[in-house]
Design a protein around this ligand. Structure first.
Ligand code: NI
Length: 179
């Protein structure tokens, strides 16, 4: 099991635009995906995007079931309760006009939360690890988590949606705590 270092804001590598992966996946890319899952569960978090470990590829992993405290704090972490998803080269085909506000946090902005308003529902196209394309609609927490993760692939963080004043305060706090 390989736990990778998670980059903390502000770091220029969190602001780069990730490149699409090519199929068939190389062994190196498969290893990155495995490491990302290990790193996400170890953190623990409900999602992780490749730029957060300094890899500029369009890869994200999520486990929105992991959000449940009951599951996360289970010392046995039974495999059956996990719901690991791997998203490659994701793109949104549609956003709903209706919006919802959720409190978001991020492994790259530790111990910090903020209200973010986003489209309540999305239609997503992505590829699985075999290179097969998929399309599906998402709403609720899944829609929030996916929009948050795929923002990372475009060099964007949830704090970018907050006021400049609040964002500057958070950046100062991160520099103080983690530099
Ligand atoms: Ni994040």
């Amino acid at each position: 099991m390989t736990i990778r270092e998670i980059l903390i804001h502000p770091d220029d590598r969190l602001r780069t635009i990730a490149q699409p992966v090519t199929f068939p996946l190389s062994d190196a890319t498969r290893q990155i995906i495995t490491d990302m899952a290990d790193t996400m569960y170890d953190a623990p978090g409900v999602g992780l995007a490749a730029p957060q470990i300094g890899v500029s590829l369009q890869i994200a992993v999520t486990d929105t079931l992991w959000r449940s405290d009951e599951v996360r704090h289970d010392p046995d972490r039974p495999g059956g309760t996990r719901d690991l998803k791997v998203w490659l080269n994701p793109e949104f085909l549609w956003h709903s006009d209706g919006q919802e506000t959720w409190e978001e946090g991020c492994l790259s902005v530790p111990e910090t939360y903020g209200d973010v308003t986003r489209p309540a529902a999305v239609r997503l196209r992505w590829h699985d690890v075999e290179g097969k394309p998929h399309e599906h609609d998402f709403e609720g927490f899944d829609a929030v988590a996916l929009q948050h993760e795929f923002d990372h692939l475009n060099g964007k963080l949830f704090i970018d949606y907050l006021s400049p004043l609040k964002r500057n305060m958070i950046t100062k706090k991160m520099k103080k705590l983690f530099k």
